[in-house]
Write a protein that binds this ligand. Structure first.
Ligand code: ZN
Length: 416
């Protein structure tokens, strides 16, 4: 048995190899004096998808919660369900609404329900409310010209994943695809821990992984998380860069990690021309835009360099055929933009990938003839759902080994 050791916070974490292709081995069969239990680290999720960085919010706190504030040496017990009002005042939080506490100013406030099943409901002026399990940490947020409140949901990994799968893949996806998604998302999340200096690990947006809190829980996606409890993907002695996205368009992009892992792969059975993701909604797409519309989407600096946009040309491609750089030609000059940045300028849900060809139309429009949706690195969600469906009926191990060749499914566990 191969064993890998990671040191993470207070725990020494062991990853135990599962034998590829076999069913999961009961932990007791490892023959260890103390069988490992699944590691379930706390994930800090910045809730900005619905709430942004508001100046004011309401929290509905369940009975028997505790409140820790920076201005109080001891926690405050919240005996009854309460609605707490928090707003910014002189770069501090003003907290009011609790029966057992005077209104107070503080630099941070953490609300902790007494039971893991309890939820805290958060609402702001622009969003009616959503429920979250785990702790809610509130603090002032001044960053990149934004002055508001940062809301962070702190909860165990396995609970967090239950709020990711239904939003990222849909709870009605085939079960084996959901399991593959759960292992990929768990691995991805671990690679995000302590990866930057912000007071959170991930946000709840697709910049990391979409997360919907307790409102989106579904028995099917919960089952996929539970049945893959603690499983992560390992390659070459490390957690794999477990990226994923909606649809690869028939071929995945090369990774941008060490040795470009995972490699670019054709997303179809050997010798077949039918892609696993062929039924994806955006497996193939067209976008027709007038040159003047494209020009208006460009940053001012590029508009200044280029003038009136006349032509767009692909400069180079990666080995999967995705465009790396585009040449923009106008009546004043030229500029080069990365295709990934060009997607951001036009909108990720308009120019859905960088796997496209460009053709100029007689009416001054540009036709983008494209495939797939997303960056294309790692697991293709539409492909995973195709592989798990007839006629392929593959299991999650086969799906993961397809997108992450030569990887191993490991067990992420805490030692005693
Ligand atoms: Zn695909």
């Amino acid at each position: 048995m191969r064993m890998h050791i990671l040191v993470r916070m207070k725990h020494v974490v062991f990853l135990f190899t599962l034998i590829a292709g076999s069913s999961m081995i009961p932990l007791s069969s490892y023959g260890l004096p103390n069988p490992p239990t699944p590691a379930n680290p706390i994930i800090r999720v910045a809730l900005i998808r619905h709430f942004g960085h508001p100046n004011e919010l309401l929290l509905r706190i369940p009975a028997n919660s505790e409140l820790y504030t920076s201005s109080s040496p001891t926690p405050i017990s919240v005996h009854e369900e309460s609605v707490v009002h928090i707003y910014l005042q002189n770069n501090q939080l003003h907290v009011s609404g609790l029966q057992d506490m005077e209104a107070t100013n503080c630099d941070s406030a953490v609300f902790t329900p007494s039971s893991p099943q309890d939820t805290i409901r958060i609402s702001v002026a622009t969003y009616p409310g959503a429920d979250y399990q785990g702790d809610i940490r509130i603090s002032p947020w001044v960053h990149d010209g934004v002055n508001g409140i940062l809301i962070v949901n702190e909860l165990p990994m396995e609970t967090y994943l239950r709020g990711v799968l239904p939003v990222e893949m849909g709870a009605d996806a085939p079960m084996e695809a959901l399991k593959a998604q759960a292992i990929t998302a768990r691995t991805y999340t671990l690679t995000c821990l302590k990866s930057h200096d912000y007071p959170y690990d991930v946000t709840d947006t697709t910049q990391y992984q979409a997360y919907g809190g307790a409102d989106v829980d579904n028995p099917r996606s919960d089952m996929a998380v539970e049945s893959t409890l603690g499983m992560v993907l390992f390659h070459d002695g490390k957690l794999v860069p477990a990226d994923y996205y909606a649809d690869c368009g028939g071929i995945t992009a090369p990774g941008n990690g060490p040795q470009d892992y995972p490699p670019s792969i054709v997303d179809a059975p050997l010798g077949s021309t039918t892609d696993y993701c062929t039924n994806g909604k955006y497996h193939k797409w067209y976008l027709s835009l007038h040159l003047s519309d494209i020009q208006r989407s460009l940053p001012v600096s590029i508009q200044t360099n280029v003038g009136n946009l006349k032509e767009i040309t692909a400069l180079d491609h990666d080995i999967s055929g995705r465009i790396l750089n585009l040449l923009l030609i106008g009546d004043k000059g030229e500029d080069i933009v990365k295709a990934a940045q060009f997607r951001a300028m036009l909108g990720f849900d308009r120019l859905r990938s960088t796997l496209f060809t460009i053709s100029a139309q007689p009416d001054g429009r540009i036709l983008f003839d494209g495939k797939g949706w997303g960056h294309g690195r790692g697991l293709c969600q539409d492909g995973a759902m195709g592989m798990a469906s007839p006629p392929y009926n593959m299991n999650y191990r086969q799906i993961l080994l397809h997108y992450f060749p030569d990887s191993e499914i490991m067990y992420y566990a805490v030692s005693y």
